[in-house]
Design a binder for this molecule. Structure first.
Ligand code: AMP
Ligand code: MG
Length: 327
């Protein structure tokens, strides 16, 4: 399922401490050179940080701050933690830039298609349920303000799902934590969203392999050498169900209320912020093979699009990757 192979599989000799664990319904891993804490302490601190983030923004936790915002029917202003406010604000920015292709309020539709926290039999939902869920969608229905950070639901049943941006945010936070403690060379990854800093070893950059966008693929489409950057990937093969011979992906197009159905299979975005890379990757994937690359160029984003072409794929690149078309 993982599109991005961690550096270690390419750099068996890299002399960095490697840690791995579970968070946000997926796995995380990190490689750190010259750790300033013993491995067990480092891991305990990072696990605690990730727990805090989940407590703020996981829709899988009924008591998280976000779940409480989702559950309340209160349409008055509600105080937010700075962390949740930051992610909701970035989500609103990317929603506006992608004309709503990325929209965290699409959660009720995501849940109806069986990709949310409630496990249900994966079948296409009935039309009336879909119509009702779609009425609840629209990022402008959540108002945000700062000083102090707060939000207001303009309808009592507004429901926000941060699954398409929270992993990237968490990677940024872990990277920030490591940097604050004096680390200069590391790579952090949660479920394929990555931040890299410095080098894997003297003079050699961190590298990741972008796998072909098929469920079990470990074949590498290209290897990216990473400097100080973040990178995130969305793919229609990462989570899906099949019903009557048709595949339904977990990215929902808010414009139709249905899983995406087009030739664009995967998008990888490089950005200074992993939170933004994560949100853009989802939004650009939803936009599809023509509008996705067009918007990436307009916004000056560096991205790699893998587009189905018969039985194979073709790559389209923008920004700093432009012109690096593989054969
Ligand atoms: P990602 O893997 O980052 O593309 O995030 C996909 C997850 O985000 C899905 O499993 C849903 O929970 C949620 N999601 C699906 N469609 C959208 C969308 N159009 N905008 C924002 N979040 C979405
Ligand atoms: Mg995303």
């Amino acid at each position: 399922m993982l599109l991005l192979l961690a550096a270690a599989s390419l750099d068996a000799a890299a002399a960095a401490l490697r840690l791995a664990g579970e968070t946000m319904g997926t796995r995380y891993s990190l490689s750190v050179r010259n750790p300033t804490l013993p491995a067990a302490e480092l891991q305990a601190e990072i696990d605690a940080l990730l727990e805090d983030i989940n407590d703020a923004m996981s829709t899988w936790r009924p008591t998280s701050e976000l779940s409480r915002l989702n559950q309340t029917a209160d349409t008055a202003w509600i105080a937010l933690s700075p962390a949740l406010h930051e992610v909701l604000t970035a989500a609103a920015t990317v929603s506006a830039q992608t004309a709503g292709a990325f929209d965290a309020t699409v959660g009720p539709v995501v849940n109806l298609w069986g990709f949310g926290p409630q496990t249900r039999v994966p079948v296409p939902p009935p039309a009336d349920a879909l119509t009702a869920a779609r009425a609840r969608v629209g990022f402008r229905q959540l108002q945000l303000a700062d000083a102090p950070p707060r939000a207001r639901k303009t309808r009592p049943d507004l429901y926000v799902d941060l699954s398409a941006i929270a992993k990237g945010y968490a990677v940024d936070r872990v990277a920030g934590w490591l940097a604050d403690r004096g680390h200069r060379d590391f790579m952090v990854e949660i479920g394929g969203e990555i931040v890299s800093r410095g080098h894997a070893e003297a003079g050699r950059p961190w590298q990741i392999g972008v796998a072909w966008p098929t469920p079990d693929s470990t074949d590498v489409e290209r290897v990216l050498s990473l400097g100080d950057t973040a990178l995130a990937t969305s793919g229609d093969y990462q989570r899906y169900f099949e019903f009557e011979g048709k595949r339904y992906a977990h990215e929902i197009d808010p414009a139709t209320g249905r899983p995406i159905e087009h030739a664009l299979a995967a998008v990888t975005v490089l950005h200074a912020s992993c939170m933004y890379a994560d949100a853009y990757a989802t939004g650009l994937l939803v936009l599809g093979p023509t509008r996705g690359p067009a918007l990436a160029r307009e916004l000056g984003l560096t991205a790699l699009f893998l587009i189905r072409d018969g039985t194979s794929f073709r790559a389209v690149t923008t920004g700093e990757l432009a012109g690096e078309e593989a054969d």
